[in-house]
Design a binder for this molecule. Structure first.
Ligand code: ATP
Ligand code: MG
Length: 146
């Protein structure tokens, strides 16, 4: 039974891919954004309209759930741009979603994000930050172009 993380920049298609995997692999599912809110492991930052997350706390909680799933022999999909910070040994596969910059810009504009927020998120994609960070963690990586 597998633990699969799905990471990538904001709007790159993580949740879309994750939901498909959940169906085809009959997996349980964690969306990190929802998980952080529910477990109160993030502090809301008004200026950036986003949550600052304590990665250590997040990982501790996720690892507990991963271990439970291994025991129960159940697949688990973890969806979110912080998922690749999990230690390599708890993860079987790391999927990194990538998206064409022009398309990504359109997706983010649709969400009515501010110009700055769009710029920042596009930079994350342009500089391939999730992929570079995931490689640093030595995850087994599969790139999916959305
Ligand atoms: N493979 C795809 N083909 C076409 N459109 C896609 C694809 N994947 C995602 N999209 C579109 O892109 C938008 C963002 O997708 P999605 O919500 O899955 O991204 P995300 O990475 O989970 O975003 P967030 O970082 O906010 O959680 C949605 O409107 C979705 O329909
Ligand atoms: Mg999502």
């Amino acid at each position: 039974m597998k633990t699969i993380i799905v990471s990538g920049s904001v709007g790159s298609g993580k949740t879309t891919i994750s939901k498909k995997l959940v169906k085809s692999l009959k997996s349980d599912y964690i969306n990190i954004t929802e998980f952080v809110k529910k477990n109160k492991i993030g502090k809301y930052n008004k200026k950036y309209n986003s949550y600052e997350v304590d990665i250590k706390k997040l990982n501790t909680k996720l690892i507990k759930i991963i271990k439970e799933h291994k025991k129960l022999n159940k697949n688990l999909i973890i969806d979110g741009h912080l998922s690749h910070f999990l230690p390599r040994k708890y993860v079987d596969l790391g999927i990194i979603c990538k998206c064409d910059i022009k398309k990504l810009k359109k997706r983010l504009e649709k969400r009515k994000y501010s110009k700055n927020k769009i710029r920042e998120n596009l930079d994350v994609e342009i500089f391939d930050i999730p992929l570079i960070e995931a490689r640093k963690k030595k995850h087994k990586i599969k790139i999916i172009n959305t």
